[in-house]
Structure formats: C-alpha cells, structure tokens
Ligand binder design. Structure first.
Ligand code: PLP
Length: 448
C-alpha cells in the first residue's frame, strides 16, 4: 500500500518536484523534462510512464548483479524485521563480522581487514585517514602528504575532492586539504586513440611519482591514491605496466598505495578487484557500489594486515582507530551485501566480464567512424565513447545523445563531459550488448 500510495502520488502530481535538490544534476533542466524510474528487474528499468529501459550503466556503476534480485530482497526484508539497527561502536552484531570474513576471502592476498562505511566518498576519507594515522602509529607523524592524480575522482568529501583532480571542485570549493599534490593523468588520445584494452603508450607517466618524491621528500608523503581505471572523468585506463611501476616506487620509499576501486570492484573487470586483474596489490582498497549491488548504501575499505597491525600496539583498552560512522556495518547493508556476494559466487559473475570482454569490445569499437566519435576505450565490461565537444558548449553533445537514448531509444547510458561511459550489469548477454550499441549508434547519428 505504501508503494502504491507514493508511486501514484508521484505520477499524478508531477509538479511536486521543487523541494528535492538533486545531486550532480541540472535541476531546472531536469524538472522541465523529467526522467523518472518506477521499478527495475534484471537488465531493465521501467519508467513511470511504463517504458522498459535497457540499463547500460548498472544504475550508477553499482547494480552488478542486475536489478530486483530476489535473494537480496528477502535478506533485507528478513533483516529489518529481525534487527533494524545495532551500534558497532564498542558493541556488535554478527553480520559485519561474517561479511568481513567473506570479503577477506575474495580480496587480494594480505588485505584481510575490512572497515565498513556507507559510500565511496566515506571509504576514500577513511582510507586517507588510515594512511596518515598508520605512519603516525609507527613514529613517522610527519608523513601527512597525500598524492592524487589529475582527473581523478574520489567522491565528494573534503579529503576526496582534495586528492581528486577535477577542476570544478577547485573552482567551487577552494584549494582543499593542504599538502596534496597530483600525478598527471594518463589520457592521451593522440597516441592511444581507438586502442583496444590497455593503452600502449604512457608508462613513463608513472615516473611523475619519482619527481614528486624528489620535490617533497619521501619522509613527508603518506600515500598515493589512484583509481586503477577512472570512471567519472571519462574512463581513463592505465597504460601497460603503469600500476606496477607506481607500486614499485611506493615500495622504494615506504609510501602507502591506495587503489580506489569504487567502480572497478566486485567483478567489473573480470576479477573481484582490478588489483587482481592487473596483478598489482595495493595497501588499501576503497570500495562501495557493487558491494551491496546498490541496494542498501554500503562501502568497505580493505586494509593490508601489516597496516592494521601498526594500530594494535597500544594499550588494549584504548580505541585503536579514532574513526567510524553510526551506520558502519549497518544490519540492512550487511544483509544486502551477504546476499549480493552469494549471487556473485553462484552465478560466477566476476568471470563474466572476461567471458564477454571481446564481444563487448568488438561491439563498442564498431561505433568507430560514427559522426563526432573521437575515441573509444574499453576494458572488462567498461566502455567509453568520446565525442568531439561543440564549440563553447562542452558536454552538450553527449548530453543530447544521453537524452535521445533515454527518451527515444529506451536505453540508459551515462555521460560525463562529452564521454559516454558504459558499465552494464554483469548479467547481460550478447543480445543486450547488440541492442545497447545499436541504440547508442542511432542516437549518435541523430545528434548534430
Ligand atoms: N571513488 C570513485 C572512484 C568513484 O567512482 C566514486 C563514485 O562514482 C566515488 C569514489 C564516490 O562514491 P559515492 O558516490 O558512493 O560517495
């Protein structure tokens, strides 16, 4: 009854859209021509006006197991009826302990400790704080500098926007945390344009880290944080060997390496984590999104055993990490995540991205030659189609393709700047890949 009541209220009174200040949205434009989703199942959303929309973005890079999964629904329903909330500060309930063990099993070897958050942004701020506190716990309290990367996106907390490299964050919110520096990004369409898989050029960009160490001195640097594959700035891939070289330099100078796997985690690139696909093990991994299939907000930070160990040498009655969220390890989120991990394991979804990778790649690269397409990038079940920007109106062309896809082609894609970024649920099949690319191709053809 609750659902019917609010659903019909929402559709019968579309004018009631004023109060919700939507995140990362052009609010006035949206409210003139809304895009409202009412329900979802499998690979499809259904709109409030009854259209079935093929989901090319896994919601927002989070619904890796597809929508409306019975197992997750049952787990959450049972959990809320049993234990709605329990504190995890000096208290506990069984689920986060069980979930952390399950997560340690799928994490890269050596990252066996898990700290729970509610989002990717919180995971990032948590990891940055752990990195700084780790050095202090070992008597190197002067290591507070954080190194991020241009075009990096690490969520919206002050820590995350500081190590991130998006100019809009500087423009609107000021310089951010002191003592942060950035590596250059690795996007180089001139040399790597229309390359399939990892770029062949750009390994030398990893040497930026040597330069920053020479500039700031290693003794001031706590950690480097990078996305193995950036999503939000338009799908930027690591050149062959780049991540391995960054790891080597971090090891040489005792700098912690954080992989932000909020979008690459939980099977997006054919292994549980991109760290495993690339064969490079960081000291901390930040995750969220796919952890609970997007159903209940949850994030998790994976921590290397020896990093965790540094916090365990004080008196046992002392709080070892002065950090946490009221909802860390929330019962509903844990129930959703446990059910999600069951689905991933039973349906072998982490392997799905590798099985389908070449079909996905072929379908995507077949769009080469369409009007205004200046680059195509892919890895795992991630795809990007970069369009030339209109003179003086960056982002407007991709937005028009997005709008056309949604309103006329019944396909949900995501655009960031003039890049179309694709991250479908991992349950997709070849027929969905065909349908998605043919609809996008038509929308690109119809856009000036
Ligand atoms: N880090 C990365 C790499 C992301 O892509 C995102 C979100 O897209 C975040 C952090 C922030 O996650 P959230 O929106 O859950 O705070």
């Amino acid at each position: 009854r609750f659902h019917q009541h609010y659903q019909s209220q929402a559709t019968q009174h579309p004018e009631q859209m004023d109060a919700f200040w939507m995140p990362f949205s052009a609010n006035r434009q949206f409210k003139q021509k809304p895009r409202l989703l009412a329900s979802a199942e499998g690979m499809y959303y259904k709109t409030t006006d009854g259209r079935e929309i093929l989901d090319g973005t896994g919601g927002l890079w989070c619904c890796n197991a597809g929508h409306g999964r019975r197992r997750i629904i049952d787990a959450v329903q049972q959990q809320i009826a049993t234990l709605d909330f329990a504190p995890t500060f000096q208290m506990g309930h069984p689920l986060p302990f069980i979930l952390a063990e399950r997560l340690a099993e799928i994490a890269p070897a050596g990252l066996n400790k898990v700290f729970f958050t509610n989002s990717g942004s919180e995971s990032v701020d948590t990891a940055l704080k752990i990195a700084i506190a780790y050095h202090r716990a070992r008597g190197e309290g002067q290591r507070t500098r954080l190194i991020g990367r241009e075009k990096g996106y690490h969520g919206v907390g002050f820590g995350g926007i500081s190590v991130g490299g998006l100019p809009n964050n500087r423009k609107w919110y000021g310089p951010g945390l002191p003592g942060v520096d950035h590596l250059r990004h690795t996007l180089d369409i001139g040399r790597n344009g229309f390359n399939r898989g990892l770029p062949q050029h750009g390994l030398e960009l990893a040497e930026d880290l040597e330069r920053l160490v020479a500039l700031h001195d290693a003794s001031t640097i706590a950690a480097v944080i990078i996305e193995p594959i950036s999503g939000s700035a338009g799908v930027i891939l690591p050149p062959e060997g780049y991540l391995k070289r960054i790891r080597e330099i971090c090891d040489k100078y005792g700098i912690l390496l954080i992989f932000d796997e909020v979008i690459t985690g939980y099977g997006r690139v054919g292994k549980a984590f991109a760290a495993q696909r690339f064969g490079v093990t960081p000291d901390l991994i930040t995750t969220a999104k796919g952890l609970s299939n997007g159903s209940v907000p949850m994030g998790a930070v994976f921590v290397r055993d020896r990093v965790h160990e540094a916090f365990m040498s004080g008196p046992e009655h002392m709080i070892d990490l002065f950090h946490g969220y009221t909802y860390s390890g929330h019962p509903l989120a844990c129930a959703a995540a446990l059910a999600t991990l069951d689905i991933y394991a039973e349906e072998n979804l982490f392997e799905k991205a590798i099985e389908l990778e070449s079909y996905w790649e072929d379908g995507l690269h077949a769009l080469k030659g369409l009007p205004n397409v200046v680059d195509i990038r892919n890895f795992g079940l991630i795809g990007a189609i970069e369009l030339a920007s209109r003179q003086g109106q960056p982002g407007s062309r991709a937005y028009d393709v997005f709008s056309n896809c949604f309103h006329e082609k019944d396909a949900l894609i995501r655009v960031t700047g003039d890049v179309i970024a694709l991250s479908p649920p991992l349950i997709l099949e070849k027929q969905h890949i065909d349908a998605l690319f043919s609809r996008i191709a038509d929308a690109i053809r119809e856009t000036d």
